[in-house]
Design a binder for this molecule. Structure first.
Ligand code: SAM
Length: 193
């Protein structure tokens, strides 16, 4: 038996939860690994939107998606995820899944990392875009300084969220001093945010 490590666990959840017609937002496309996993799960009627502030990330993701030749519609935005609501207003209450994989581009500039203020703004927008029963996945990286700040703020925020509006759970390795990535899963329940 082998338990899932955090990032394979996210892929497992995506494969379990997404249906082929799903509407999905990747809030941090990075090198496009999550985008490729999701694109593989969607059919022609599925839609995938991606945001990243770095042109390098958008270019890498475009190249990786080209190799995959996905069926679903894909739109990439070279802009902050804090603009997802005004960019996708026609999808308010219709999105099946939003994923945030926080931090910085692997092998890229560590200064171009996600920051709690914009992450928080984007999280509120994502909750408005999500449909009832929609899923939000948030991967935090408490092993580096900025990631720890984000992780602690989000832990507090999620712990205080109204349980009648959101069911929130986590997946983490507890016996690792290096503080590996931590996965939050949020299901939007009946009331809107
Ligand atoms: C850990 S990487 C994401 C990994 C990616 N999901 C993958 O599968 O390769 C984090 C990404 O977040 C991006 N980022 C940082 N701040 C952002 C913001 N405000 N809006 C959107 N993306 C942002 C960084 O440029 C970086 O590419």
């Amino acid at each position: 038996m082998a338990l899932y490590r955090p990032l394979p666990f996210v892929q497992h959840i995506l494969a379990k939860q997404l249906h082929p017609q799903a509407l999905v937002i990747d809030a941090t496309v990075g090198n496009g690994h999550d985008m490729c996993t999701i694109a593989n799960l969607l059919s022609r009627s599925g839609k995938l939107f991606g945001f990243d502030i770095q042109k390098q990330a958008i270019d890498n993701t475009t190249d990786n998606l080209k190799k995959l030749n996905p069926q679903c519609a894909i739109k990439l935005f070279a802009q902050s995820h804090a603009t997802m609501l005004p960019t996708l207003t026609q999808y308010i209450g219709k999105i099946d899944c939003v994923i945030f994989n926080l931090g910085y581009l692997p092998h890229g500039q560590q200064t171009r990392t996600t920051m709690i203020d914009t992450t928080y703004t984007a999280l509120l927008q994502a909750l408005m875009l999500l449909k009832q029963k929609g899923l939000l996945i948030m991967v935090t990286y408490p092993g580096h300084e900025n990631g720890l700040i984000e992780h602690q703020c989000l832990t507090q925020l999620f712990a205080q969220a109204d349980p009648s509006s959101y069911f929130i759970t986590t997946y983490q390795q507890v016996n690792n001093v290096a503080r590996p990535p931590h996965v939050f899963l949020l299901e939007k329940r009946y009331t809107s945010c």
